[in-house]
Each structure stands twice: as structure tokens, then as C-alpha cells.
Design a protein around this ligand. Structure first.
Ligand SMILES: Nc1ncnc2c1ncn2[C@@H]1O[C@H](COP(=O)(O)OP(=O)(O)O)[C@@H](O)[C@H]1O
Ligand SMILES: [Mg+2]
Length: 216
């Protein structure tokens, strides 16, 4: 189906000194519109590499990535695939509101700031809207990155360990918000994590071990 975000038999290895690291050894995964998929696996199992291939930030050595409506993964717009990077990627010189408004501005939406404030409010960050990232906690920065991903109601959302900096209560809240907002917009969500809270809120779990998908 053409509206599915898909990796098909993706292989990727890295050279580390004289050693070859096989980060992905033939991984296939599908994310359908409106579903929440948890990508689980220990540190080093290949989760980030797989997300990077889906985003077009890395090129697979072998295999295919299909992004609906885009010629190549790297050319997909934020409204097609939005991302919550593991290290947030917020711009330090902008307020939280301006960080979140950025994709809405680039997409030419009517009221970028108003839309951004609404999403920040949903994620319980409204009171911090005018602060720069360095003046809020890491958990708040992480939620700001989630707000920035949601602001244009993307077709797909890819998140790398989005609850890694949050305590359990906040994780539950953030995941519930993600589910709600994404269900309303029909967004397909892929969450890389090793957090049990994520499993509980996923429709489907895909486990990675040593670069391969394994059965439960
Ligand atoms: N740029 C890189 N250069 C060399 N090795 C890498 C690079 N990126 C990832 N790796 C290796 O690939 C494997 C998978 O890493 P990664 O995809 O980051 O796993 P995870 O996100 O599940 O922790 C690990 O062994 C990691 O050390
Ligand atoms: Mg990772």
C-alpha cells in the first residue's frame, strides 16, 4: 500500500577502525496511518540507525525505504514525516514557542504562533513558551521537541526515545497526548524506546536485537 511508511530488508553497516559493525542486518517494518508502533530493543540494537534510514539521514547499504508521497526519504517534508530526535535539536536562540512554530511557519500555516502555543499548552508547557531552551529542564526540552513534531499534524511521526528524560507520570501523559493528537489527525507513529510505558500505549511492538527483528 502506498500510504504506508516502510523499510524493506534494510541493511546498514558502519566501519569502526578496521572493524565492520552490522547495525541493521535485513530489517523490514511498516507503519500504517493512525497506528502507534513501538520499536523496542536494547542500546546498540539498531533502533536509531533504522529511524535514520526511514528519515533519509542515512542511506541503507541494501534494501528500500518507502515514504508516502515523497520521491526519496530525504526529500519528504516535515508534514509527511516529523521527527523527535534523541538529542531534541532545538535552536538555542529561539524561545520554545518559536521553536515549535518553526515547522508551521515553513509550511505556510495561517497562525504559526497561535498553533504552537496550543500544542505547547496540550503538553503542559504553555507557561514556558517564551523561555529559551537553556532555561528549561531536559524533560521540558524533550516535550518541546514533541510539540514541534506535532505542530503541522504530520502524516507520520518518528520519535527516538521520546520519554528518555521524563519521569513515569510525565511519560504516561506525553504518550497519551501523542496517541490522542495522532489518532485525531490519523498520524502513524513509530517510537524507538526501551521504556515499558511505551509498550503499554502501543498498538503493536516490533523488537530489534542485534540488527534483526525478533519475535516476542
Ligand atoms: N556512525 C556510526 N559509526 C559507527 N558505528 C555506529 C554508528 N552509528 C551506530 N553505530 C553502531 O551501530 C550499532 C547500532 O546503533 P544504534 O542504531 O545507535 O542503536 P540503538 O539506537 O538501538 O542504541 C551499535 O553497535 C552502534 O555502536
Ligand atoms: Mg538510539
Amino acid at each position: 500500500m502506498s500510504d504506508v511508511l516502510r523499510a524493506d530488508d534494510v541493511h546498514k553497516s558502519y566501519r569502526r577502525g578496521r572493524e565492520q559493525v552490522h547495525a541493521l542486518r535485513g530489517v523490514s517494518i511498516e507503519v500504517h496511518p493512525g497506528e502507534v508502533v513501538a520499536l523496542l530493543g536494547r542500546s546498540g540494537s539498531g533502533k536509531t540507525t533504522l529511524l535514520n534510514c526511514l528519515l533519509g539521514w542515512e542511506t541503507p547499504d541494501r534494501g528500500l525505504v518507502h515514504v508516502p508521497g515523497a520521491e526519496t526519504p530525504a526529500s519528504a517534508s516535515w508534514a509527511t514525516v516529523a521527527v523527535v530526535p534523541q538529542r531534541f535539536g532545538l535552536l538555542e536562540e529561539l524561545s520554545l514557542a518559536d521553536n515549535v512554530a518553526m515547522p508551521a511557519r515553513l509550511a505556510g500555516l495561517d497562525d504559526p504562533r497561535g498553533t504552537a502555543l496550543g500544542v505547547l499548552e496540550t503538553l503542559r508547557l504553555g507557561h514556558l513558551a517564551d523561555r529559551p531552551p537553556e532555561e528549561v529542564s531536559l524533560g521540558e526540552q524533550q516535550r518541546t521537541a514533541i510539540a514541534r513534531a506535532l505542530v503541522v499534524s504530520p502524516a507520520f511521526l518518528v520519535a527516538d526515545e521520546p520519554t528518555g528524560r521524563l519521569d513515569e507520570d510525565l511519560s504516561v501523559h506525553v504518550l497519551a497526548t501523542l496517541r490522542e493528537v495522532c489518532a485525531a489527525a490519523g498520524t502513524g507513529v513509530l517510537i524507538a524506546s526501551h521504556d515499558p510505558v511505551v509498550v503499554a500505549s502501543a498498538d503493536r511492538v516490533v523488537r530489534l536485537s542485534d540488527g534483526l527483528v525478533v519475535d516476542d
